[in-house]
Design a protein around this ligand. Structure first.
Ligand code: FAD
Length: 371
């Protein structure tokens, strides 16, 4: 069991954590990143195998190393994971992998303590939580009333069509992941129904050069829709996820997918739409959104009753020295995405650098490991 003392600990080594790690290094601050996965980039590698990212590579790259898959091409999730791993190596960002943080607390002197699942402990003067906005599925309460004979999978756990039972598939949720999974199920011979409100769609084909350029411009503009503006604050209130970027309603129709209203209840074990239709399916895929998983933060006043951070532009409201990056709508409509989290990373790193460090306990030095 080891105990390390650090200047700044970053929890999570996805795109957001790496971004923060590099900025801290640029400012000469010692930092170490901690990630639960065995390899940097695994948060992408564990998403469904057919996933291709929807944001053009030039707006999805981290500073200093372009995503080199071709100007008009979109990386697969696997390529995205490998890119993040290359990024950490290229810039010498120190990442401790297989290092799940099971508890984050704070002592009386104001210093943070990270208890790792393997029993090691880390003490840090500042902490950035970059643990991802899409770690755990959001399910409607009535999901538990579904007939146990129906196979259920969430878009977070979905890897590929082998998880679908033979027979009809109902995908609940018509966003980017839901429509990807519905189209894949249809390609694999299932009769598919998709339920949910259409979130709107980008009116160009992003897989054409002109569509790629236009969608890049459109997505980049979301960075300007911030909570500093009235329009941005209103958008945050009504924010239910991003519009369809690659898939279109016409693709669903061409694939023979039936579109129905939202699922609003379960009656006699079957999902029922807002207009009262019961859907009989062998598999239900819940693509109803996701949320951060921050239950391991055990500092009073940091999380609200729903487990969401209380923060101002990523700075914990009631805990100096603690910050978040990568939250949905942290500051702009692009905050939770690759093309928007950079601005938030810069803001919180600057703000953290101005937080005074708590006094050192006699006998400890930054970087010291105690057995
Ligand atoms: C299916 C899907 C497709 C997407 N496609 C796009 C896209 O095309 N373009 C785009 O811009 N955005 C996309 N996004 C949003 C995307 O998730 C973000 O852009 C980006 O990956 C988030 O990076 P992150 O570092 O915040 O989170 P993650 O990539 O989730 O990284 C968080 C890391 O924190 C680690 N972690 C969490 N908790 C702990 C803990 N307690 N201890 C230690 N480590 C921990 C995890 O292991 C993980 O590696 C997509 C999201 C999903 C779900």
């Amino acid at each position: 069991m080891t105990e390390t003392v650090l200047d700044t600990a970053v929890i999570g080594a996805g795109a957001a954590g790496l971004h923060v790690g590099r900025l801290l290094m640029d400012r000469g601050m010692s930092a170490e990143l901690f990630d639960a996965h065995p390899r940097v980039g695994d948060s992408w590698r564990e998403r469904y195998r057919s996933l291709r990212i929807f944001s053009p590579s030039r707006v999805s790259s981290l500073p200093g190393l372009p995503l080199d898959v071709g100007f008009f091409r979109f990386p697969t999730a696997q390529q995205m994971g490998d890119y993040l791993e290359r990024y950490a190596t290229r810039f010498g960002i120190v990442v401790r992998t297989d290092a799940a943080v099971a508890g984050l607390t704070r002592d009386d002197s104001g210093r943070f303590r990270l208890d790792l699942a393997n029993g090691d402990a880390v003490l840090a003067h500042r902490v950035v939580v970059a643990a991802g906005a899409h770690r755990t599925p959001k399910l409607p309460e009535f999901a538990r009333d579904l007939d146990p004979g129906i196979t259920q999978v969430t878009s977070i756990d979905y890897r590929g069509p082998e998880q679908l039972a033979p027979g009809d598939v109902l995908v609940v949720g018509a966003g980017n992941s839901g429509t990807d999974i519905a189209l894949e199920a249809a390609r694999n011979g299932h009769r598919v129904t998709i339920a949910g409100r259409h979130p709107g769609q980008v009116p160009v084909d992003v897989d054409t050069p002109i569509g790629n350029i236009l969608s890049g411009i459109f997505l980049s503009r979301l960075r300007h829709l911030t909570i500093d503006t009235e329009k941005g604050r209103a958008a945050k209130e009504t924010h239910r996820g991003i519009m369809l970027i690659r898939n279109k309603l016409a693709d669903l129709d061409r694939a023979g997918i039936t579109r129905v209203a939202r699922i609003e209840s379960v009656v006699d074990g079957l999902p029922v739409t807002a207009d009262g239709a019961a859907i009989d399916a062998a598999t239900v895929v819940w693509a109803t959104g996701s949320r951060p998983d921050l239950g391991w933060i055990r500092i009073d006043g940091v999380l609200d009753a729903e487990g969401e951070p209380l923060h101002d532009r990523g700075m914990a409201r009631r805990c100096a020295g603690l910050a978040f990056v990568g939250l949905d709508f942290q500051h702009s409509a692009a905050s939770g995405a690759l093309f928007g989290m950079g601005a938030d990373a810069e803001y919180v790193v600057d703000a953290l650098c101005s937080v005074e460090r708590p006094a050192e306990r006699p006998g400890t030095r930054v970087g010291e490991a105690v057995i």
